[in-house]
Write a protein that binds this ligand. Structure first.
Ligand code: AMP
Length: 251
């Protein structure tokens, strides 16, 4: 079974994000970028499927600027077999990414597409759902466990009422939640080996028209959340209750 894994390059999760002075977005110049944490989990799951003999080939895909090659090399170092950069320098919304991935599915014929449940830069949480709908494939969003049984995929999803288990018919689009696995670190020898694994670059316009790729949402303004007020230490339960009553007025 061939598996396609979508990996997005985002601001590193441990970096404090700063809003640009003109309020048009967040600062990305000279900021450390890394693979989206949920995509790391998707890659790890794909590698485990290969190690278990269930997956035959893992293809990592990233859509965005040339710098995304770095993210793809990380995916190769962790265990993907080859990578495809779909180069595009402008903003890409989930609809455009889903269209690109759908075009690659047609070219590559995977049985499974693994994505992160959301990109932590925009929190859209939409690409999986749009892609599954466009392909007419089954979808398993926010999966916390995944097993392949013949032509079926058994997934578990954490929902409000507990753990929901579903059986999906392959081919399928699945998104990885936090508890699916703990991603491994790439070892130095594997980072070196990844340099010689195949990384193909195509431009997004090789697959789609400019109008398919064009953003449809307009960002009006990005601003910092209001600063939190400093807390106070209370000396007793009575003082806490009095403050909740008289100052916060929540009792
Ligand atoms: P989103 O719907 O934007 O929150 O993203 C959900 C998932 O879709 C991500 O975790 C990735 O697996 C995939 N994805 C989104 N954008 C890209 C991109 N530019 N390149 C590759 N995969 C992406």
């Amino acid at each position: 079974m061939k598996v396609l894994v979508g990996v997005k390059r985002v601001i590193d999760a441990y970096v404090k994000v700063r809003v640009r002075g003109d309020g048009t977005g967040v600062e990305t110049d000279n900021v450390k970028m890394s693979m989206n944490p949920f995509c790391e989990i998707a890659v790890e799951e794909a590698v485990r499927l290969k190690e278990a003999g269930t997956a035959s080939e893992l293809v990592a895909v990233s859509c965005g600027p040339a710098a995304n090659q770095e993210t793809l090399r990380t995916a190769l170092a962790v265990g993907c077999d080859r990578a495809i950069l779909v180069q595009h320098d402008g903003a890409l919304e989930p609809l455009a990414v889903a269209k690109i991935l759908a075009a690659l599915v047609e070219r590559e014929s995977p049985r499974l597409v693994l994505l992160g449940k959301q990109a932590v830069d925009n929190d859209f949480n939409s690409t999986t759902q749009i892609l599954a709908a466009r392909l007419g494939w089954s979808q398993g969003c926010f999966t916390s466990s995944l097993e392949v049984e013949g032509d079926k995929l058994l997934v578990a999803r954490e929902v409000d009422a507990g753990i929901e288990k579903r059986s999906l018919s392959l081919p399928s689009v699945v998104s990885a939640d936090l508890r699916l696995n703990t991603p491994r670190y790439a070892s130095l020898p594997n980072i070196m080996k990844a340099r010689s694994k195949p990384l193909e670059t195509i431009t997004a316009t090789d697959l789609l028209s400019e109008s398919d790729l064009a953003p449809r949402l307009e960002i009006l303004k990005v601003e910092e959340p209001p600063a939190r007020k400093a807390g106070v230490k209370v000396q007793s339960v009575e003082e806490l209750v009095a403050k909740l009553k008289d100052e916060a007025e929540v009792l």
